[in-house]
Design a protein around this ligand. Structure first.
Ligand SMILES: NC(=O)c1ccc[n+]([C@@H]2O[C@H](COP(=O)([O-])OP(=O)(O)OC[C@H]3O[C@@H](n4cnc5c(N)ncnc54)[C@H](O)[C@@H]3O)[C@@H](O)[C@H]2O)c1
Length: 253
């Protein structure tokens, strides 16, 4: 029997890109999956993809920037499945690449509310449940831009650096509570979010961005999902408070 069998995995933004790949990977390992996202159609599609392969999943419509909705998500998960073993706090938004003088307060609020407050709120309510049940595993989705910087995306960069700080502080607070908390830091991954920003950069900018990855290619959502699974597994049982770059060598330069 796989260690993930019949465990409960909650994935925010689990309806597309990296989140969908992680939802499918957890389900493939035998976990019961909760998709927490705003968009109904894509979320129901992901639930169907899991069920069609014999897995178990539900969708709880959630905006992670709203405390009441995150509290409801945890309550619904526990009502349905009794506990939360793994949480992948993946939902996030990009900042359109632009000069700093053109960046707006609206974009600041959207990016910081989603990428930073949303992760903090998610962990706050997940940890409350994990303390009651005696433990759990949390993985937050930061970015290579949580570790290093690129120009013209300062708000996104600040939000992703913040995710690493949140991860470290809460990992230390709960190190003795059987709750491990880590981050993944993806490089450029082939998803809608990256495609939107690469479109802004144009063909030349896109080629230049890809060439920043020493492997000479973008990553695939499944390559992040497999690391999330590994960090949640017993094989990673002494790892907490860490940030794992999965970036084709980007941050090794
Ligand atoms: N694609 C990349 O190159 C890359 C690189 C590094 C980090 N990331 C991070 O990976 C995560 C997933 O991104 P992706 O590339 O799969 O893009 P994506 O656009 O496919 O996925 C983002 C998901 O977050 C959800 N979401 C956004 N705001 C939300 C909110 N307020 N409440 C609930 N759900 C919300 C979206 O609906 C979507 O499901 C993000 O945190 C992103 O910053 C992506």
């Amino acid at each position: 029997m796989d260690e993930f069998d019949s465990k409960v995995a909650l994935i925010t933004g689990g309806n597309s890109g990296i989140g969908r790949a992680a939802a499918l990977a957890f389900a493939h390992k035998g976990a019961k999956v909760v998709i927490a996202s705003r968009r109904i159609q894509e979320s129901e599609e992901t639930v169907s993809l899991i069920q069609d392969k014999g897995g178990t999943a539900i969708f709880v419509q959630t905006d992670i920037t709203q405390a009441i909705q995150v509290e409801n998500l945890i309550a619904q998960t526990v009502n349905h499945y009794g506990r939360i073993d793994y949480a992948f706090n993946n939902a996030g938004v990009e900042e359109p690449v632009t000069s700093s003088v053109e960046q707006s307060e609206e974009i600041w609020d959207l990016v910081i509310d989603t990428n930073l407050k949303g992760i903090w709120l998610s962990m706050k309510y997940q940890i409350s449940q994990m303390l009651k049940q005696g433990g759990g595993l949390i993985i937050n989705n930061s970015s290579i831009l949580g570790l290093v910087a690129l120009p013209n995306v300062p708000i996104y960069t600040a939000s992703k650096h913040g995710v690493i700080g949140l991860t470290k502080s809460l990992a230390l607070e709960h190190a003795k509570d059987n709750i491990r908390i880590n981050c993944v830091c993806p490089g450029g991954i082939e998803t809608d979010l990256l495609a939107r920003n690469l479109d802004i950069l144009g063909e030349e900018g896109k080629t230049k961005f890809i060439s920043l990855h020493p492997m000479g290619r973008l990553g695939k959502p499944e390559e992040i999902a497999s690391s999330v699974i590994w960090l949640c597994s017993q094989a990673a049982s002494f790892i907490t408070g860490q940030s794992l770059a999965i970036d084709g060598g980007f941050t090794a330069q």
